[in-house]
Write a protein that binds this ligand. Structure first.
Ligand SMILES: Cc1cc2nc3c(=O)[nH]c(=O)nc-3n(C[C@H](O)[C@H](O)[C@H](O)COP(=O)(O)O)c2cc1C
Length: 243
């Protein structure tokens, strides 16, 4: 089992101590990416990744090595403390640089674990934000550990252990979960956009080259008959709306 850990904290303290506890429950190889040491310049909002392709991002050389690691691994771990009721700027900057995954999701066979710590507030909301982002990337199942550390000498480890073991068991099972209806809707939105009259070039190429335009959802993930029908109806409606 291969894991990539993306650490959005600028230091190795509360959040990292939870990650270390998570690691003690998992089996395999870990690639640690500490965003603070990667010095990724701020996203300058040029839209190139979205419109022309991620390879023309001016910061491609910083971002792509991390993305390649994500593509190769089995399990993704994303960790961040709460800063001003959100993720850290380090993590947000990385997520901004990978916003094209919203249009061109690639991680349908991956599972992820999100770790968020806070002094007292915002942990659930921030974990939910990272969960939603990963689901837009296509990630099949996201587990979350969201903890308030304020004033505690040591953290309650039972929740950490329980969730990380569930994550491990899921990875070991090799099975993929059926998507939520919301995930199917987003799949159909981007598919309909890629097949619209005037599509974004990079999106159109991705959806055609991967063959995803021919499917109701990523082909590796099985849909039952209701979800298949739901996807077909959604796509039909969205195509008409986009016309
Ligand atoms: C710049 C900054 C902003 C923070 N904002 C919040 C906040 O909005 N709410 C909160 O409860 N804790 C906040 N905290 C506290 C951290 O989320 C908390 O201490 C966290 O566990 C730190 O993790 P770390 O040791 O990995 O850096 C903030 C801390 C810093 C440094």
């Amino acid at each position: 089992m291969k894991y990539v850990i993306i650490n959005g904290s600028p230091r190795k303290k509360n959040t990292w101590s939870v990650v270390k506890q998570v690691k003690s429950n998992l089996e395999g190889e870990f690639e640690e990416i500490h965003l603070a040491s990667r010095k990724i310049p701020m996203c300058n909002g040029c839209f190139k990744c979205i419109m022309e392709g991620e390879n023309v991002c001016p910061h491609f050389d910083y971002v792509n090595p991390i993305v390649e690691k994500l593509k190769e691994c089995d399990g993704i771990i994303i960790a961040s403390p709460v800063y001003a009721m959100n993720v850290t700027a380090l993590l947000k900057n990385f997520l901004d640089h990978t916003a094209y995954f919203y249009h061109r999701p690639e991680f349908f066979t991956k599972k992820a674990l999100v770790v968020v710590t806070t002094a007292g507030a915002g942990h659930k909301k921030v974990a939910k934000y990272i969960d939603e982002t990963l689901r837009h990337w296509g990630v099949n199942r996201v587990y979350t550990i969201a903890m308030a550390c304020g004033g505690k000498d040591h953290l309650e480890t039972s929740e950490i252990d329980k969730t990380s073991r569930k994550f491990l068991d899921d990875l070991k099972s090799g099975g993929l979960h059926s998507p939520k209806f919301g995930d199917i809707v987003f799949f159909d939105v981007w598919k309909a956009m890629a097949l619209s009259k005037d599509p974004i070039k990079a999106d159109s190429e991705f959806w055609h080259n991967t063959g995803l335009v021919n499917h109701d959802f990523a082909p590796e993930v099985k849909l039952n008959v209701f979800k298949k029908l739901f996807s077909k109806i959604m796509f039909f409606i969205l195509k008409r709306v986009m016309k």
